[in-house]
Structure formats: structure tokens, C-alpha cells
Design a protein around this ligand. Structure first.
Ligand code: 15L
Length: 270
């Protein structure tokens, strides 16, 4: 049966806020959680996955049919923070899911797990899901870890996960690079719904983008889940390119899937 009650972690974040609006239309009853208060959702559980004790985590997961796990530091940060929030937090979530008998997670991975992969040339095939991990940051490394963690919990415990390597999920693409990586909010909801309901996913890794004309990676495995994207960033192309110029794939900060994540100096907290 299709999952009904879904724990949504990171409910106060960028994608989480969009999904709180859009997922209920698919019939889900969301249980929002975040380490910050969730605006407009006084019922949301305040929970820091990295530091919560086992009881609090198990209580959060008790009775849910599935989890959409979006909680994370979503950009580069110093390793200690990434380790706590993304790595330890995700492992703690899986452990509580295992203890409570939750059978399916849909987890926000990121294309930054493979961010150092070169942007494919014009006639080259799109980057496949099976391309080796090439994280561009500690952030991307934590997403690569998340994919391995999902595989471990499938192989050892039979807990299913769809790891979604999200491109750039915003109301509109904000740069020329995002013409390739954009995932519209509507398509994100369609994709999470497909990932929650597709039968027998084991551990499946897919890319999460709209049907962009300038797409860099292979959406076939995503479509195989039943995902039918409706958006294409191309309608924003003329304006973005007029403003910023075409992508220069000979530039170090534009030649890889991860774009500027590959070259940005670390913005670590002192
Ligand atoms: C990501 O993984 C980040 O979480 C998000 O903030 C965006 O920057 C996105 O990638 C991107 O590369 O556009």
C-alpha cells in the first residue's frame, strides 16, 4: 500500500518548505521536523537528529510509513559541522527507522556527491547514475556517505531508499548553470511522490531535475520510478544568458557538474 504518514525532516529548510506546501496534495499526512521552529507549523517536532537521544528519535519515527529526509547543512561548511549534521544525523535517523520498522526512505542526496565529474560535451552521453563518486566538498562527501549508508541499510536490514541527487531546487533557476541542474518545486513533489510509491526500489540512486533542455545527467532511472517531469528551465534561458553570458566550460568553476562548489574557498565558521 502507498505510504500515508510521512516524516519530513528539514521541514523548515528550502526544499522542506516547498514540500510542506506541495506533498499533502498527493494524500500524505506529513509529520514535519526540524532543528529550528517550522514557520506555520506549530505542531512540528523540534529535533536535532545529530544530538537527539534514541527515545526522541524513535518517538519521531513511531507509526510513520515512510521518511522524506531533507535535513542537512546544504552547502560547504567545516568538517565537524558536516560530520554532526549530515553524517551522524543521517545515521541516527536510519537507526531509529530500523528500530521502528520503517521500510522506505527518500533521501536528499546531491549532484555534489559527483560534483567533480566534468560537464559532458555537446554530443557526449549524459552522466550516468553509476559514475564514480567525486565529491566536490565535505558537503558532497556527506551525500556520498549517505548513499553508501542507504545501501548498507538495504543490504543488511532490507530498508528501502531512493537517494535523489538533487540538482538545484528553487522556484526558478537563478544562474546559467541552473539551466542544466534545475528541479522545479512541482517536479520535486512529483519525484518524491514517485520515489515514495514505486515498488521494489531496494536502494536506487537517481538524479533529481526537471526535463531541462540543457540537462547534464541521465534522467532515465528517475523516470523508471514513474516520475514524469513537466518543467524545462529553457524558458528562463534567454534572460539568464543575456544577463550572465553562456556557460564557459573551460573555466574551472564551470567545467564540472558541481560548478563553483568545486572552486569556492571554504566558507568555514571561524
Ligand atoms: C546543493 O546541493 C545545495 O544544497 C543547494 O543549496 C544548491 O546550491 C545546489 O546544490 C546547486 O548546486 O545549485
Amino acid at each position: 500500500p502507498a505510504p500515508r504518514t510521512v516524516l519530513l525532516t528539514g521541514a523548515a529548510g528550502g526544499v522542506g518548505t516547498l514540500m510542506r506546501d506541495l506533498l499533502p496534495a498527493y494524500g500524505y499526512e506529513l509529520r514535519p521536523t526540524d532543528l529550528r521552529p517550522v514557520e506555520g507549523a506549530p505542531e512540528a517536532l523540534t529535533l536535532d537528529l545529530a544530538t537527539a537521544d534514541d527515545d526522541a528519535l524513535r518517538t519521531a519515527l513511531r507509526g510513520v510509513d515512510a521518511v522524506v529526509h531533507l535535513a542537512a547543512i546544504s552547502q560547504e561548511a567545516d568538517f565537524a559541522r558536516i560530520l554532526a549534521a549530515n553524517i551522524r544525523g543521517t545515521q541516527a535517523l536510519y537507526e531509529a527507522a530500523r528500530a521502528e520498522g520503517v521500510r522506505r526512505l527518500v533521501v536528499a542526496s546531491s549532484h555534489h556527491a559527483v560534483g567533480f565529474t566534468p560537464v559532458p560535451g555537446e554530443d557526449a552521453p549524459p552522466v550516468p547514475v553509476e559514475t564514480p563518486h567525486r565529491p566536490d566538498t565535505f558537503y558532497g562527501l556527506s551525500k556520498a556517505f549517505g548513499e553508501d549508508l542507504a545501501q548498507l541499510y538495504w543490504d543488511r536490514h532490507g530498508i528501502e531508499t531512493v537517494s535523489v541527487r538533487i540538482g538545484s531546487c528553487y522556484p526558478e533557476p537563478a544562474s546559467v548553470r541552473m539551466l542544466s541542474t534545475w528541479l522545479s518545486p512541482g517536479d520535486a513533489a512529483r519525484l518524491f511522490h514517485a520515489a515514495l510509491t514505486a515498488p521494489h526500489v531496494g536502494h536506487t540512486v537517481v538524479y533529481g531535475s526537471s526535463a531541462n533542455t540543457r540537462l547534464w545527467w541521465d534522467l532515465a532511472p528517475t523516470r523508471a520510478l514513474g516520475y514524469e517531469p513537466r518543467d524545462d528551465s529553457e524558458r528562463y534561458a534567454a534572460e539568464l544568458i543575456a544577463r550572465h553570458g553562456e556557460l564557459d566550460t573551460s573555466a574551472a568553476d564551470q567545467s564540472r557538474l558541481g560548478g563553483h562548489f568545486c572552486t569556492d574557498p571554504p566558507r568555514w565558521r571561524p
